[in-house]
Design a protein around this ligand. Structure first.
Ligand SMILES: [Fe+2]
Length: 395
């Protein structure tokens, strides 16, 4: 075998080794150390290092080194290295700082117009000079190494950006939810009898939606709808909202405006969830068409509307109002059952009963209904009733 052929085979195997290291699944530090070992093994040198230029800090640091333990790249004249020919290996002259640190060969690493760092090598163990073929091979190796480092830098930059964006998004979400809470508090504050009503309706709606297997994005939508469904009440007078006597027909008409007013306010907001404004508009519709404001019937009502209607009514029943006492839980459940098919949907009622039963049995890590209920009731009474309802509605 001729010497040229031997050299060619040797070069190919060196590149194959390098390729294996570069494409390995190791983390970046391990990978770059392995790359250095392959380079040092290929040329049989006493010391070597791979340097990385961190653009944001304008700083050059070691990312792998062997035999340069005491060297500090800070004094290695980054500007000078950068000014050298891109990816061209060059012998270091005897009187330079780099030569003083033991560097024999220097290859500045570039990817397109970006300076990435450098590979530096010491003398060969054999004390032979680097041949032109060695320098050719080093050029190819340097290029591969530069790309590996650059990919890592890009990935790190992207990860940082992603993390930054994630934090921003979280912050926005927090502000958004705080705003919603403030809005709901403003609504509930107008009507002394409906304190925390919006909050409870939102939680009950979430419980039912999750029980129905909704995805978390849609669950968030129904949560927001629950929070804001009565926002139109901000426009209704306090006097009317807190009236203790029965409403006159004019007053009732005025009160009923609130769902349409809520819709009008809400439809000016572009929510990331579909249908929030319609769920709010229709939260007083009924399956039998006797609801308002559009007198829709069961086929026209979405599950979202049906959930909010039931959650809203259940909370209205179980809390004290200006014009009546509150019902106990058992009575409220019986009342809901009596309005099935006219006002409330069987499927939604079944989900509500199931989730309430699960919460009572402690089967849910984050209960949404139970914490808001008046606990002066006998749980065993409710569980028997719930069991009966679940059986009945499952048929
Ligand atoms: Fe309402």
């Amino acid at each position: 075998m001729s010497i040229e052929l031997k050299k060619a085979l040797y070069n190919i195997s060196a590149l194959a080794d390098l390729g294996q290291e570069i494409t390995s699944e190791d983390n970046f530090t391990v990978k770059i150390q392995s790359v250095l070992h392959v380079i040092m093994g290929t040329f049989v040198v006493n010391r070597g290092a791979i340097l990385w230029y961190e653009k944001t800090k304008d700083e050059i640091t070691f990312i792998a080194k062997r035999g340069f333990e005491d060297a500090s790249p800070a004094c290695w004249e980054t500007g000078q290295i950068m000014s050298l020919e891109k990816n061209e290996p060059r012998a270091v002259s005897g009187d330079s700082v780099l030569a003083g640190a033991g560097v024999a060969i220097l290859i500045p690493l570039w990817v397109r117009d970006e300076f990435i760092g450098a590979v530096v090598l010491g003398d060969k163990f054999s004390a032979e000079a680097y041949s032109p073929e060695d320098l050719e091979l080093l050029k190819v190796i340097a290029h591969q190494t530069a790309i590996t480092i650059n990919n890592h830098a890009l990935f790190m930059g992207l990860s940082e950006k992603l993390e930054e964006n994630r934090k921003l998004y979280e912050e926005m979400r927090r502000i958004y939810h705080d705003t919603l809470q403030a809005f709901a508090a403003a609504i509930d504050a107008k009507d002394v009898y409906t304190k925390n009503h919006s909050h409870r309706v939102a939680r009950y709606s979430v419980a039912i939606a999750r029980e129905l297997g909704w995805n978390e994005h849609d669950v968030e939508g129904i949560y927001v709808a629950g929070f804001l469904h009565d926002v139109g009440k901000l426009v209704i007078s306090n006097e009317l909202l807190n009236k203790r006597k029965p409403f006159t027909s004019d007053e009732l008409h005025e009160m009923k405006r609130h769902s349409l007013l809520s819709y009008k306010i809400i439809s000016n907001i572009r929510f990331p969830w579909k249908d929030v404004e319609n769920i709010i508009r229709h939260h007083h519709e009924r399956l039998d068409g006797n609801g308002y404001p559009d007198a829709l019937t069961r086929e026209d009502l979405s599950d979202g509307v049906k959930i909010l209607t039931l959650a809203d009514s259940f909370d209205a029943m179980t809390t004290e109002r200006a014009y009546r006492e509150k019902m106990d839980i058992r009575t409220a459940l019986v009342e809901l059952r009596s309005c099935l098919d006219t006002q409330f949907d069987n499927k939604i009622m079944l989900a509500f009963c199931k989730v309430l039963e699960k919460e009572i049995k402690g089967e849910l890590p984050e209960p949404n209904i139970l914490p808001h209920l008046d606990r002066n009731f006998e749980l065993s009474h409710i569980t028997a009733l719930l069991e009966g309802l679940i059986q009945e509605l499952s048929q």
